[in-house]
Design a protein around this ligand. Sequence first.
Ligand code: FE2
Length: 362
Amino acid sequence: MMQDTFPILGVDHVRFYVNNARQSAYFYHHMLGFDISGFSGLETGNKTEAEFLLQQNGLNFVFSAPIVPDHPIGHLIGKHGDFVRDIAFSVEDVEWSFNTAVERGAKPCMEPFTLEDENGKVEIAAIHTYGDTLHSFINRSGYAGVWQPGFVARDIPGSSIGVYEVDHCVGNVELGEMDTWVKWYEDVLGFKLFLSFDDKDISTEYTALMSKVMASGNSRIKFPINEPAEGRKKSQIDEYLEFFGGAGVQHVALRTDDICMTVGEMRKRGIDFLYVPKTYYDELPERVGEIDEDVEELAKLGVLVDRDDEGYLLQLFTKPITDRPTLFYEIIERHGAKGFGKGNFKALFESIEREQEIRGTL
Ligand code: FE2
């Protein structure tokens, strides 16, 4: 067992900065089945932001929006559009985590502080990672109220689509910056290189990218980091960097144990997925061998399959859920496989390129 030099219990929450948290909350509630379970805003004494807490099977998403002019969140979304601001880690010792990360070279964002009310306390600190993205360190084990002091309960149950955990979270960084951030995750957070893909793995006639997957000491958290590679035309990573205005989170992959139900529900509710050509399924049985699922049903839903030494996985990608071609979701079901669907890359990228062509950004 390798030594874990930076203990992280898991992803505590994903925080989004958005223009209108109320409307984002309803999108995630209706389209992705989250419960709307907490709120902070004018009515609770928060004079500058509106915040909604959405939950589903242990997943916590928080949406924060500015409600006054010239708010710092407003400036950031002016640049990026709605975006993932923070992938927050649950830790036992917030102060140790923050101090250690900063000693190891992280740029501090928020010094450790404690929020307290009659329900207990929550400890928080935050560091910067790539672009305008943060990693907060949170300990809410001493808190019995709704989320954190300043929040009140909202009880609007969603109709779950079966997702329950962040499988991985992908960052896009600028050309030449991938190894800088690989080293940052190694040095600062004690992550290890888990997998890497070069442009020979991930290239099509037109575009290419490189990717290295970093995993936390306990392997519970995986962060692939992408950078564009030279291709004949503009890669999907270049397109992202241009529209986003720099490095940022490209997709969040959510785990399910029943991808056919999850994808079927999402399609019914109006989520668009990348198109998978019917021909993909002709070669499927030969490529992946025996699987539990019915290939015809997978084909109907457009679900992708890949196999590695340890098993297989099922996955599918939404189209961007923001107006800008930036943030999208992956739905993933693992049957032993620990990879990321390398065998699907080519089919996928050709599908993304079809979308880029329609957007006129290829
Ligand atoms: Fe992914």
